[in-house]
Design a protein. Structure first.
Length: 496
């Protein structure tokens, strides 16, 4: 009999607890394809559940494509798990066509710095939170040290690597500073990882939707892309397993903690499952933990890297969102077998990241100022996020849905069916509100019904006003859609 346990005090429905546990056993390979599950009656009896509950769990697993039932024979682990969303492999368009045609650079740049626009477009930290004085002191200090004025070691300044390895303990990552590279932001860390660990033509998996910077890198490097759909608990493990079987990908790029653009986090049980799937299929996971220090409520889940026992997770983080984007400093942690390749890629791009700024950051971290800073900024972002969620609750018309992130800097808004994001974005801008259209976050820009709403830069009153206007525009477009539909159905009625 399988090792299953039911927690009757949990808020999770009994059938779902059972389905989740069996799903994990399948995805971790404890239950193999073709293996027979115990009969419903036996499971119900052993766990003291009703037959209906056990049956519902099996039905749920069948709906997820993980098991197959045959009348009279029983229920078996599916040979090839199938995602409910069809997975397709594609090549992203290179930059010129992709970003320019969708107007990402134009749109986002237009809004930034325009005082008259309430802009939700940029996932930036609030400039007023930047610890200018602490940083000034740190910089003045390192300017007097000769080491910071020259080129430094390729992997990064030892003082900073030492400080970062201590800091990563907060993400439950215990590593030697020797396994760490300092990079010019997380963007460069991702670029190095994709460049060094995959080749043109290889398939890589990304989240759907994903951070556009990673789509851009894959496009530039000529990778083929398969999008793994996300729900409120992060990427679907069923889709991940299916993608591994069908496409033999090289890498999975994932932002398991406070994902950009949706803000969702990978649920704890899925974290374990994702790492085990990667181990079984020889997949390297590039964990983008750029927002990992920006937990705004509850506990932040430990990084995926902390579950890695075979070296399959490459961890990336950055000081851009949690401290100061102008530093352009990020970090990459990898298993020693990958480090020479990663270091060579880093060297060919920019030799080293600014030793002066690295040393200043190390001096700043050494003072313990970063944790004081985080204690100060988290409540500020929490208040902004709450203002955004409450305004949506108040103003958004029926048919809208949105995520409720516990951290990060953005919320993902889904528009009512049939309302086009481009039309709404255009009109909202005319009325002084900037929003990033959702199709920027898909490799194939065909999805039209979402906005990423970033709250980091805006005080609560501006957020409330901006959301009120945006929701008015959405409501108008929804009404126009309804009258179009009514008109179409009237004209389609037979004349009698
Ligand atoms: C998920 C994610 N990864 C990476 C980056 C790049 O960060 P950096 O400024 O450190 O290069 C960003 C920036 O927006 C991001 O949102």
């Amino acid at each position: 009999m399988l090792n299953l346990a039911i927690d009757r005090a949990s808020e999770v429905a009994l059938y779902r607890q059972l389905a989740n546990q069996i799903r994990d056993l399948i995805l971790r390979g404890v239950l193999s394809p073709g293996e027979r599950l115990p009969p419903v009656r036996q499971v119900a009896q052993t766990l003291d559940l009703t037959r209906l509950t056990a049956h519902s769990a099996y039905t749920e697993l069948q709906a997820q494509g993980l098991v197959e039932s045959f009348v009279g024979r029983g229920t078996f682990v599916a040979q090839h798990p199938r995602s409910s969303t069809p997975l397709t492999e594609s090549s992203a368009l290179p930059r010129a066509e992709r970003w320019a045609s969708q107007g990402l650079l134009v749109e986002l740049a237009q809004d930034s710095g325009d005082e008259g626009i309430i802009s939700f477009t940029l996932s930036y930290p609030a400039p007023e939170t930047v610890p200018v004085h602490d940083f000034e002191r740190a910089l003045r200090h390192v300017l007097r040290e000769p080491g910071g004025l020259s080129y430094g070691p390729l992997a990064g300044e030892p003082v900073l690597r030492e400080q970062v390895s201590r800091l990563l303990l907060e993400r439950a990552i215990a590593i030697s500073p020797d396994h760490l590279l300092i990079t010019s932001g997380a963007q460069q860390a991702l670029d190095i990882a994709l460049r060094a660990l995959a080749q043109a033509g290889d398939t890589i998996l990304i989240e759907e939707p994903a951070y556009p910077g990673v789509i851009e890198i894959a496009a530039q490097l000529g990778h083929r892309i398969v999008g793994i759909p996300l729900d409120e608990d992060g990427i679907s493990l069923v889709a991940l397993e299916e993608a591994c079987v069908r496409f033999h990908p090289r890498l999975l790029c994932v932002t398991p903690t406070y994902h950009n653009p949706t803000g969702v986090s990978l649920a704890p049980d899925r974290r374990e499952g994702a790492v085990r799937i990667a181990e079984r299929h020889g997949l390297v996971i590039v964990e983008d933990d750029t927002y990992g220090f920006l937990g705004l409520e509850g506990e932040t889940a430990p990084a995926l890297k902390s579950l890695d026992t075979t070296g399959c997770v490459v961890h990336v983080t950055s000081f851009s969102k949690s401290l100061l984007p102008g530093l352009r400093l990020g970090t990459l942690v990898a298993d020693p077998r990958y480090l020479p390749r990663l270091a060579a890629a880093k060297q060919s791009i920019d030799v080293v990241s600014s030793p002066l700024l690295q040393r200043a950051l190390a001096a700043y971290l050494r003072q313990g100022a970063f944790s004081t800073h985080l204690k100060r900024v988290r409540p500020l972002y929490h208040a902004r996020k709450q203002a955004l969620l409450e305004s949506l609750q108040r103003w958004a018309p029926q048919g809208c849905a949105w995520t409720r992130p516990a951290g990060g800097l953005s919320v993902w808004l889904t528009l009512p069916d049939g309302v086009d994001e481009r039309d709404v974005a255009h009109e909202a801008r005319e009325r002084g509100v900037g929003v990033a259209a959702g199709n920027l976050f898909f490799a194939q820009p065909t999805r039209r019904g979402h906005f990423r709403l970033c709250f980091g830069l805006l005080p609560p009153e501006r957020i409330e006003r901006g959301i009120e206007i945006l929701c008015e525009v959405i409501t108008q477009h929804q009404q126009q859609r309804d009258s179009r539909l009514a008109h179409a159905s009237r004209s389609a009625s037979p004349l009698v």
